[in-house]
Design a protein around this ligand. Structure first.
Ligand code: 28G
Length: 653
């Protein structure tokens, strides 16, 4: 086997990986929990690519007791021969070359833009060590490590310990095994989250039909394991979303179409339920696009066109009737749209919106022709009939809501809620300084009203859980008193009439208890904002307040702990003879305490809600993919850096 000395020629490679270590955020977004999992997705992605190319059907992920993680596929195995141009083995290319061009050949789909597909070398660069085994008749091995060079006073990352070796040990297995240990010097946390990985693998399984993925956790006292495999692919995805939603489906088998237009591979699955809102989940090259983009626009317009044509032809619309609106056809829809294309461009606030203009007409025309073809199939009439009747109901409600709104407007009824409702307005008219606290519970609302700075801070107490937005129609949402008070207080109107310039507050702060009910209220409010006032979130006006969980005190000395990990430090501060009060809800705090800990801009902690949080809240409600993840916990871990949002904003100004 050809050996290679590690000399000057390799310096470039090594410097490439050092760049990753110097600025990890550029490659993986953050060094928090999300970034940690990102380096695992890179490895899983490579195994998924091998499966998507038809060479593997099983991916095995193991969380090992030493904090490392293993990923194994049963594909062809990473090439072990020497790369003619590079002069090093294929394995070494994959793990040391930044953006190794060879990863995707012409038959594959290359990703670009955003942080997707940065490659396995990034995982290597950010690992304490990484080991590869390739099974190709015999077992091949290679190991990399990162270390601090005392003499040079610098880090070296992802350095080969030795070239790829053929151990000559015979094996009947085929494939690749990668094991790595994330570097604790890079990441804020190196603990992988079983639930996050399980959720991700489930999504991957839906998007790659027939691919089997297993996760096993060896870290605790007992071994945990899950396995996912869906022969129906995104059909099963749609079924899974609806099955766990408590909604009633309008037909049993999702409509499924797949095909290719102008080199773009397109598939979608659609099922309708009795819900009044829509759940459209889209992907490009298996990457979620919660911000939508050109493919979703094309899908929606194609759907509207083909269904309106059907409605005319089959007389669901009379001659004098106006066409249905797109919204009418999307009421109650659950759809998964997945496309695969080259040279992807991601846009938007979180780079999760497809920008490629060519995707729009391709998906539009595919949707039209695929659904026209479907109309000729057995059972299609019942499906279309259900969709048509749903759209008729939606159109009727839409017209009724418009009428109701006109009446409400003419009587100025919405504005009168300001004085009639429970809103405690603030005195200032300076929207750019004002804050609205939405507070769970009347007693906490009372404390907030007494404790606030009434010049700038308005309080809206929510007596009970506001209605579940998911289950109601837009006209019923508006009819709900607490939602109406909220809409009126914000001043922006909703949906298509939303006007950010009319917003009465710079900050809209949700204050709810750290329990199940609180999490539910938060999720409902976020879903409402996400669905009907999206710019409120995208333009950064929505925040989550962070009340403390504990008060640690002794005589006059008082310290607050905002999570369990802070508690010991606060106990140490207060010293011997301390007492602890655990807050079970906001209602247990008196006005002064609530002001000091949660409302005072000088001392409080706020977390700004991102579009991901909004869509995650929606996914929490609409799907069960994330049902075991507590939102508050997730915010705290994912956005730990932004806990002191006020301090952050002050720095910027
Ligand atoms: C287990 C965890 C992650 C992989 C393969 C298989 C091939 C491959 C991977 O080629 C392209 C070109 C030369 C280096 C391709 C095998 C063609 C023929 C492959 C994985 C890059 C990469 N035979 N399986 N890469 N080469 N599984 N699983 O990473 O220069 S990566």
């Amino acid at each position: 086997m050809a050996e290679k000395k590690y000399n000057a020629g390799d310096i470039e490679i090594l410097e490439g990986l050092e760049a990753v270590r110097i600025r990890p955020g550029m490659y993986i977004g953050s060094t928090g929990k999300t970034g940690l999992h990102h380096i695992l997705w890179e490895i899983v992605d490579n195994a998924v690519d091998e499966a998507a190319n038809g060479f593997a059907d099983f991916i095995d992920v193991k969380l090992n007791g030493d904090g490392s993680v293993s990923v194994e596929d049963n594909g062809r195995g990473i090439p072990t021969d020497i790369h003619p141009k590079m002069g090093i083995s294929g394995v070494e290319v994959v793990f040391t070359q930044l953006h190794a061009g060879g990863k995707f050949d012409n038959h594959n789909y290359s990703y670009s833009g955003g942080l997707h597909g940065v490659g396995a070398s990034v995982t290597n660069a950010l690992s304490e060590w990484l080991k590869v085994e390739v099974y190709r008749g015999t077992v091949y091995r290679m190991e990399f490590h990162s270390y601090f060079d005392e003499a040079e006073k610098k880090y070296h990352s992802g350095v080969p310990v030795a070239p790829l070796t053929n151990t000559k040990k015979k094996t009947t297995k085929k494939g690749t095994l990668v094991t790595f240990k994330p570097d604790a010097a890079v990441f804020e946390t190196t603990r992988f989250d079983y639930e996050v990985i399980s959720k991700h693998l489930k999504e991957v399984a839906f998007l790659n039909k027939g691919l089997r993925l297993r996760l096993t956790d060896y870290r605790g006292n007992e071994v945990k394991t899950v396995e996912y495999c869906y022969e129906g692919g995104i059909r099963d995805f749609v079924l899974d979303i609806n099955r766990n939603s408590g909604k009633t489906v309008l037909f049993n088998t999702p409509v499924y179409c797949s095909g290719e237009v102008d080199g773009i591979r397109i598939e979608f699955a659609i099922q309708y339920t009795d819900a009044f809102t829509d759940t459209i989940i889209s992907y490009v090259n298996n990457i979620p696009t919660p911000e939508g983009g050109m493919h979703e626009v094309g899908f929606k317009s194609g759907l509207t066109k083909v269904l309106n044509d059907y409605a005319r032809k089959e007389k669901y619309l009379k001659e004098k009737d106006d066409n249905f609106l797109g919204d009418d056809f999307r009421e109650g829809i659950t759809a998964v749209l997945s496309i695969k294309m080259k040279n992807v461009q991601f846009e938007g606030q979180t780079k999760t919106k497809l920008g490629n203009p060519e995707a729009r007409p391709a998906v539009d025309s595919f949707t039209v022709s695929a659904l026209q073809n479907f109309a000729n199939e057995k059972g299609a009439n019942a499906v279309f009939d259900a969709i048509m009747k749903k759209a008729q109901g939606a159109a009727k409600a839409r017209l009724a809501a418009k009428h109701a709104k006109e009446i409400a407007r003419s009587k100025n009824a919405i504005d009168s809620f300001n004085t009639l409702g429970k809103l405690a307005a603030c005195r200032s008219k300076k929207a750019e300084r004002n804050e609205l606290f939405i507070v769970e519970g009347d007693s906490a609302g009372g404390s907030a009203k007494q404790g606030r700075d009434s010049l700038y801070q308005a309080i809206l107490p929510l007596r009970s859980k506001p209605l579940n937005v998911e289950k109601k129609r837009i006209d019923q949402v508006i009819a709900n008193e607490e939602i109406r008070t909220l809409i009126s207080a914000l001043g922006t109107d909703i949906g298509e009439d939303f006007q950010i310039k009319d917003l009465n507050f710079d900050k809209v702060i949700i204050l709810s208890d750290a329990d199940q009910d609180g999490a539910h209220i938060r999720a409902i409010l976020l879903t409402f904002f996400f669905r009907y006032m999206k710019p409120l979130i995208t333009e950064g006006h929505v925040y989550i307040g962070m009340p403390p969980l504990y008060k640690v005190y002794k005589k006059d000395r008082v310290e607050y702990a905002y999570d369990d990990s802070e508690l010991q430090a606060k106990i140490d501060l207060v010293g011997r003879g301390y007492q602890i009060q655990r807050y079970k809800g906001l209602g247990e705090m008196n006005p002064e305490q609530l002001w000091e800990t949660t409302m005072n801009p000088e001392s409080r902690s706020l977390m700004r809600v991102t579009i991901e949080d909004g869509s995650e809240a929606e996914r929490l409600i609409s799907t069960l993919l994330g049902d075991s993840i507590d939102l508050r916990k997730q915010y705290i871990t994912e956005h730990a850096n932004f806990n002191k949002e006020d301090a952050f904003i002050k720095l910027k100004k």
